[in-house]
Design a protein around this ligand. Structure first.
Ligand SMILES: [Zn+2]
Ligand SMILES: [Zn+2]
Length: 594
């Protein structure tokens, strides 16, 4: 059975459905920002929409529920009266009149052009004005016909790049950031759980493996046999469905309003483990396991493990692994990157857990671009179970973030000393997220850094240096006697900015040599260090700090994404710096001038 309600998700999205999730509102704000940018609006106004979109896509609570409870949205980071009003308008009406207006002023598909790498709003604007290019198709034809190279500021090379980028773009399927997919997944889980006859609901696939982006959601439901078709029927009428791709008796696929595809599979209890293993993947892990089974004269499929026609396992995942002589392999490791060999020799890592974290070494307050006060951050950290929290404001070079100079840093240190004397159960550590300048020097003098418990260094500019220069820049920064921790070590923003080009092995070895550490930034936009680099650091004996980079009291919950990434990187509790109690941490981060 194939029912197509509507092929264009946006039509239904704007027409009928109320945006319910933060991620939906974030999409609207991003679109407003894009359109404003093409119109050449005030950069601060554009930034406000972008920041709000980012905040919303990571906020652990749904703003629609906050509105229901009559909570004040202006308590949220970056949300003033104007944006609060827009959120309310969107939740109440499903529309944003500003977006409606902008969409009448510019051609509807024009923001698509921004998805082509190398095309910023300025270029899109001139393509539209000078060549009347409004769609990717028109862009392709203009490039192919050599009409773009003659535009001011473009040239032949840009034209070739645009052609290549369009071809690459066509081959790309849309993926969702883990945190965004999570908002849809959690709501769906609740919905399915409430259907009579449902025993268990779990999201399998790359979501369960904690991949940084997710292509679709694989929902697995265990139900009584009699309820199975009822579960499918209810699933396809989920209120966020805009298209039903297929619907049978035990499976169905839908597209949600936000564009995310969800596949449902209903299984019997006896097949749960085999099905969960099958739908969790990865593909290459599953193929390797099936090959092992063949060698044992067994057959593994989504229904169980079979010897001839007899089922010998499949009720739990552990039973599937045991059937082929392996220990249970946690989902995050299932990438066929050595986990099977490790499981067969009893050498699987004891992966770090979120409850192992004792503190956080990267957080901002309202002194710079954070939203909450020192005290609020400290109390939230304490409530989160931290023993310590490092306050790491931006340094003076980041003027847009109101970065600290020496005097303001000294003032904050005084405030931290006072607060530490007063608070119990949590210690604030004096720190800074100091800019690493283009030449590898730090943005503040030694005299300003001397009083700090640790110095976190980060790159926020000149991302395009050559590999040699970028690597040298970081090595020089680490050479600085006060340098402790390298924040977001590759600078990438998922789906928005590629990592800068560095020799990570050299950096890790230098960190080892200098007694420095690397951060795994848990911000869902960053998840930086990459999982493979985590493994590299572990092998080289360099500890990783899993940090939230919190800009508000809500952001500590992002640590779960960082822990997921760390687990994908095979990290154990002992490989993670901030699993140490404060007394031990102090010894590790203490560096002196020498
Ligand atoms: Zn930073
Ligand atoms: Zn930061």
């Amino acid at each position: 059975m194939l029912i197509s309600l509507c092929s264009d998700a946006n039509v239904v999205y704007w027409g009928i459905r109320m945006p319910k999730h933060n991620a939906d509102i974030a999409v609207i704000f991003e679109e407003i920002a894009d359109l404003l940018e093409i119109q050449g609006a005030n950069p601060f106004r554009i930034r406000a929409y972008r920041n709000a979109a980012r905040m919303l896509s990571e906020l652990p609570r749904e703003v629609s529920q906050m509105l229901e409870k009559k909570e004040d949205l202006t308590d949220l980071p970056g949300i003033g009266d104007d944006l609060a009003g827009k959120i309310k308008e969107i939740v109440d009406s499903g529309h944003c009149s500003l977006l409606d207006r902008l969409q009448t002023e510019l051609p509807p598909a024009i923001t698509e052009l921004l998805k082509i790498p190398g095309l910023g709003p300025k270029r899109v604007k001139s393509l539209y004005h000078d060549l009347d290019v409004q769609t990717i198709e028109q862009l392709y034809r203009a490039a192919r016909d050599g009409r773009i190279r003659i535009l001011p500021g473009f040239g032949e090379k840009t034209e070739t790049n645009i052609l290549q980028a369009i071809e690459a773009h066509a081959n790309q399927t849309q993926r969702f950031k883990l945190a965004v997919a999570g908002q849809y997944a959690e709501a769906l889980e609740k919905f399915l759980q409430a259907i009579p006859g449902v025993l268990t609901v779990i999201v399998a696939g790359s979501y369960r493996r904690m991949r940084e982006t997710v292509g679709d959601l694989d929902m697995l439901v265990v139900s009584s046999v009699s309820a199975a078709s009822q579960v499918v029927q209810r699933f396809i009428t989920y209120e966020e469905t805009v298209e039903i791709l297929s619907a049978g008796t035990i499976r169905a696929s839908i597209i949600l309003a936000g564009g995310l595809q969800v596949d449902l599979r209903v299984v019997k209890e006896e097949s749960y483990g085999a099905a969960l293993h099958y739908f969790t993947g990865s593909k290459s892990h599953n193929i390797a396991i099936r090959r092992m089974a063949q060698k044992h004269g067994l057959k593994i499929n989504e229904y169980g493990v079979f010897q001839d026609k007899t089922r010998i396992a499949g009720e739990t995942e552990a039973s599937v692994y045991a059937a082929v002589g392996l220990a249970y392999i946690p989902p995050e490791l299932r990438e066929n990157r050595g986990e099977i060999a490790a499981a067969s020799t009893g050498q699987l890592p004891q992966l770090v857990e979120q409850t192992d974290l004792r503190g956080d070494l990267h957080a901002h307050t309202q002194a710079t671009d954070g939203h909450h006060s020192l005290r609020e951050m400290a109390l939230a950290g304490k409530a989160y179970g931290f023993e310590y929290l490092a306050i790491t404001e931006h340094s003076r070079r980041l003027t847009f973030a109101h970065g600290l100079d020496g005097a303001r840093l000294a003032q904050q240190c005084d405030e931290i000393d006072q607060l530490n004397a007063e608070l119990t159960g949590i210690t604030l550590l004096k720190s800074i997220e100091v800019d690493i300048l283009q030449d590898g020097n730090l943005d503040l003098p030694d005299s300003a850094l001397a009083r700090l418990d640790l110095v976190v260094g980060a790159i926020h500019s000149h991302f395009n240096l050559s590999r040699a220069k970028q690597t040298e820049r970081i090595l020089r920064a680490m050479h600085h006697p006060y340098f402790t921790l390298l924040a977001h070590p590759t600078g990438r923003l998922i789906q928005r900015r590629d990592p800068y080009d560095v020799d990570m092995l050299r950096i890790i070895r230098e960190a080892k040599h200098r007694g420095c550490f690397l951060e795994l930034n848990a911000h869902p936009e960053r998840l930086d260090l990459l999982d493979t680099h985590c493994q590299m650091a572990k092998e080289e004996g360099v500890l990783i700090s899993i940090n939230s980079d919190a800009h508000s009291v809500y952001d500590f919950s992002n640590l779960r994404f960082g822990v997921g990434q760390a687990r994908r990187g095979w990290l154990e509790k002992c490989n993670v710096l901030n699993t140490r109690p404060l007394s031990e941490l102090r010894l590790l981060i203490h560096r002196t001038m020498s």
